[in-house]
Design a protein around this ligand. Structure first.
Ligand code: SF4
Length: 477
């Protein structure tokens, strides 16, 4: 059996036509994990295409094609699926968007995988091999996550900053109302056996890792055991966490001793009423600066994510957030607009109130305003987003934050320069009209359609390459 697995990318993050010519991404785990789940007895030939790091190529021979979509890439995924089916391929669609809207995805696929695929994907493949493919596959996820070691050997390794991405937990027990994670997967929160995680870490040639777990410290016992077990490995790692990691001194100490050097934290807002309103009350805005300092004192750099456009946000939110980022010395700030992903409480509220501007999923990418904010115009929200990016990536802000934090300085500086480039080009790219049908037509003709900027390759400094690691740059909703 020949299997082709494709992860389409949105305009802003697509290979060559996106903002960065050279990807700053770590390798995604979805495709290599799906590849590892293919049953041995099928003796399958498997090929992966990650459009974030390579041009889409539809000229292949395959018995089955699997496509993985988030909401922002759904229309593109459907266009690719339609084209492949017209060429006679059998197409399966999965991922968070297909889980949120399986009936929509089913219009473009021979089969849809809903929720996590550890059990259903091998079953689907066996059914396909015996001519009994079903239109929909679903399997509940238990508390223990059994996943094989990802097939990193199938990735284009040199296209990523690292391929050492790994997971130790899956899902999140919280219910932040704008987040697609609880909407898609409910409160599923599963752990991998610690021995499995350690065994996979031991396969890494380089002594670094990026944990992609969304909420790894919510079960503090599991997190502490894992960090304790990682100490002898002597690796340096980056990951994600809620601010809870700084509230348990033993947990934080173990994380640092196990090699934690950087964390992505979704602070979301500097205003407590907003955090309470979005059901993230366990994040205490008044303690953010103290938490950041504590993490810095343990040698942990922070990629801090902030979201604009909540109902409690007025036009002062941009300036206040940028001021906090500078004052707290957030190493690598990242801004997004609130995006009401289908299935979320935020989506239902805005739909009920008639405030959704459209349902062009391509623009549901956290960089475009797709709803009527309560306290400002959509245009003002969009401008405020771009303003915040550009303010935080002025040279003065970069140097003040990076030198003030004193964590991972060469790498942090390199990434800040990368984000400065991103901030500069975001407004222009955000205006780009999505032309997926044209892209597909061009791909059919064997061309690559690029709305490429003038030759302004991203100057990734040598320091980043030599450290061979990066803070996680989440493309998650
Ligand atoms: S925003 Fe983070 S903490 Fe909240 S539900 Fe989503 S993944 Fe969990």
């Amino acid at each position: 059996m020949r299997i082709q697995l494709i992860q389409p990318a949105g305009e802003i993050h697509r290979h060559r036509s996106g903002i960065f010519k050279r990807s700053l991404r770590y390798a995604p785990l979805t495709l290599p994990t799906l590849a590892a789940l293919v049953p041995d007895e099928l003796e399958a030939e498997i090929a992966l295409q990650d459009e974030g790091v390579q041009p889409l190529d539809l000229e292949f021979e395959a018995d089955l094609v699997g496509l993985s979509a988030i909401t922002g890439t759904a229309p593109r995924t459907y266009a690719i699926a339609d084209e492949l089916r017209a060429r006679g391929h059998t197409v399966v669609i999965g991922g968070v968007h297909a889980t949120l809207l399986p009936d929509e995805a089913a219009q473009h696929a021979d089969a849809v995988v809903v929720s996590y695929a550890e059990e259903s994907w091998p079953r689907l493949l066996r059914d396909f091999a015996t001519g009994r493919l079903q239109p929909r596959y679903f399997a509940p996820t238990g508390r223990v996550l059994n996943v094989p070691i990802a097939r990193r050997d199938l990735l284009k390794r040199n296209r990523y900053v690292t391929t050492n991405s790994i997971e130790a937990t899956r899902g999140c027990p919280h219910r932040c109302e704008f987040c697609a994670v609880p909407a898609a997967w409910g409160g599923i929160y599963a752990h991998r056996p610690i021995a499995d995680v350690i065994a996979e870490l031991e396969t890494f040639e380089k002594r670094h890792a990026v944990f992609i777990d969304l909420s790894p410290v919510e079960d503090t016992r599991h997190a502490k055991e894992l960090y304790q077990a990682m100490i002898p490995l002597g690796i340096r790692w980056l990951g994600l966490a809620t601010t809870r990691i700084a509230e348990d001194e033993e947990l934080l100490r173990l994380a640092a001793r196990s090699g934690c050097k950087g964390l992505l934290i979704g602070f979301e807002s500097v205003d407590q009423p907003t955090l309470d309103g979005i059901q993230k009350p366990f994040h205490r805005a008044g303690r953010f600066a103290e938490i950041v300092k504590k993490l810095h004192d343990h040698g942990i750099a922070i990629q801090g994510c902030f979201v604009f456009g909540f109902d409690t946000d007025d036009e002062s939110v941009f300036e206040r957030t940028v001021e906090f980022v500078d004052r707290a010395k957030i190493d690598l700030p990242r801004y997004a607009v609130m995006t009401p992903f289908p299935g979320t409480a935020a989506y239902r509220q805005l739909q009920r109130e008639g405030r959704l501007l459209h349902e062009n999923w391509s623009l549901y990418d956290v960089e475009h305003v797709v709803f009527q904010p309560r306290q400002m115009s959509p245009e003002r929200l969009q401008e405020g987003l771009h303003w915040a990016w550009q303010q935080s990536y002025r040279w003065r802000s970069i140097f003040s934050r990076v030198l003030g934090s004193r964590c991972l300085v060469p790498l942090s500086l390199s990434l800040n320069i990368g984000y400065r480039f991103y901030a500069k080009h975001l407004p222009e790219k955000a205006r780009t009209v999505y032309r997926d049908e044209e892209f597909i037509a061009a791909a059919v003709r064997g061309q690559t359609l690029c709305c490429q900027m003038e030759d302004e390759s991203f100057p990734l400094p040598a320091a980043a390459a030599s450290l061979q690691t990066t803070l996680p740059i989440s493309n998650l909703p």
